[in-house]
Design a protein. Sequence first.
Length: 655
Amino acid sequence: MLGPLSVRRAGVDQRPASATLCRFLTVLALHHPAAVSRDALVEALWPDGPPKSCHSLLHVYLRQFLEPGRQRGEPSRAILSAPGGFALGVKRHQLDLGRFDDLLDAARQAHSEGDLSRTAGLASEALRYWRGPRPADADPAVRGVPAAVAAHKRRVAAALLHADMALALGRFRDAVGTLRGFVQDEPLHEGLHARLMVALASSGEQAAALGLYGEVQARLDEELGIEPGPELRETYLRVLRQELPPPADTDLPVAPAPAQSRPLAARAVPAQLPAQVTGYVGRERQLRQLDEPLADKHGAHSPLTVSTVVGPAGVGKTALAVHWAHRARDRFPDGQLFVDLRGNASVPPLRPLDALTQILRALGVSNDAIPDNLDEAAAMFRSLVAKRRILMVLDNAGSVEQVRPLFPGGPGCHVLITSRSRLSGLVAREGARPLTLDVLSPDEAHTLLSHILGPRATAEPRAVSTLARLCAWLPLAIRIAAANVVTGGYDSVSAYCHDLHTDGVLHGLSAEGDEKSAVRAAFDQSYLTQDPAHQRMFRLLSLMPGTDVTVPAAATLAGIAPAEAARLLRRLAETHVVDERTPGRFSMHDLLRRYAEEHAHATDSPADRLAARRRLLEWYVGTVEQVARLLYPDSGVPEGRRSRKPDLRSHSQVL
């Protein structure tokens, strides 16, 4: 597979005479041991359109070539039938691709263990299985098959792993020997040229190294219209300044084949924490709770720990996580990683593979070395941090499935996750320590407003308390409101409170020129990700007359079965759109209730809202009458009263 396609049977080399048969074998071998569907095989074998007999030809081609002596009806051992397709019936070691992958895995493991010399030897041995630059001579019909692209990428990674180890060990002639052939195959690859420049200059050929930079620069400009990237420019400056690694006395085995980019990274120490929120106040109990998992961590041999901070939109989850992470960063000297997973953003959530790509880049892995397979990328990440103490902050997680592949496997690391969902699966399987964040206390809210408003808060303490109440003690709302008072030309806090009353609280809680800095925008991200049934229940809850509602009452309000109402409410509680403060009773944050009411008036007709209120009120009246008859059987409450429809106008205060 690794070069011109070759098949050996009974010790004799054979090459299929038919190009179609070569493609057949190539596709099956690339996917080994997995099966390949008939449709995928047909598309690869006949790119210009298949003949009518294509499916029967799939059987004839392979079996005639691989098992010419097999009797009709006798099961094949070379080609295995699988549901909907075929698989190559050989052992892993019977494929050069399988042997290469095993050696590359061993080289990566040796690298993670710090054995650079063994890493270089294994990578060199792996590269010897390649007899050409691409699998099966890069037949155009299969060149774009994802498995062929991935195999070529692994070949490049193995070669650069060997070159990186040679450079790290000061054995520069070996690096030159590996890289010269590869830059011919990859004339626009900046990472390859950068390493070859270092190897040449370190071998005493500085002029050749600088000349190589000029060649690549001209080629990039002519063919792509771009300038060299940061890596190549920085290498050019290093060569000019003679900032080169020291040589060694012995040589490594010279790899006979090309490559493309370094697979595992130099020891980069990321420091990605965002800046702390200015004027952070309160949350002392929550900060102590986040400290608890670290109390038992003693050095790099303590187990991985995971904490979650969950709560509704705008409650300050990210601010708390970043504030705590800055306090704890000295406990993690090998780096701090921060990834926004966009779990509740207006754009699609970040895929785990894309998140791992960001993380691996931060750890020093070049783009071409990062696997395009989730499991392989996760394994590379775990290898890189196996003996390091890393703090990871995974912000705005949407689900357990989104964060689980991102966990480091080694001891000494800590993962802090923020989410609007409870992420109960992490508590059950990973032993995560959950922290549910609520709004600020009235004292904390007053302190935060005072910090931002300055002397105005001292002059109007009652207005500040009113403003905190209008913001329902939600940190995001408080910061937006305070910013509007300071920058909006208001003479007093009272004047701004008056505008909130007049124009509507949600309308007023937005920052001019910054749509993302608005309470409504934060709530949108929670509401719009719900399905229609959950959205309808959320809207209807704004019509309830009291502060909370039970499952039967919510079922009556929505006109659905209690079991369905319970399912909807628990999902809304799971994503912190409603609160279940006591078992079986659900309530809404004041601002969320206003938001739900806006959507109810915009989405549900007046008749639908009136019908929902009528159902709920009739249910309440009927329930009270039943209780009255039970407690006071002689009270004279008539049996038939429950069926009467109440006059909603007489209950306007209740509604």
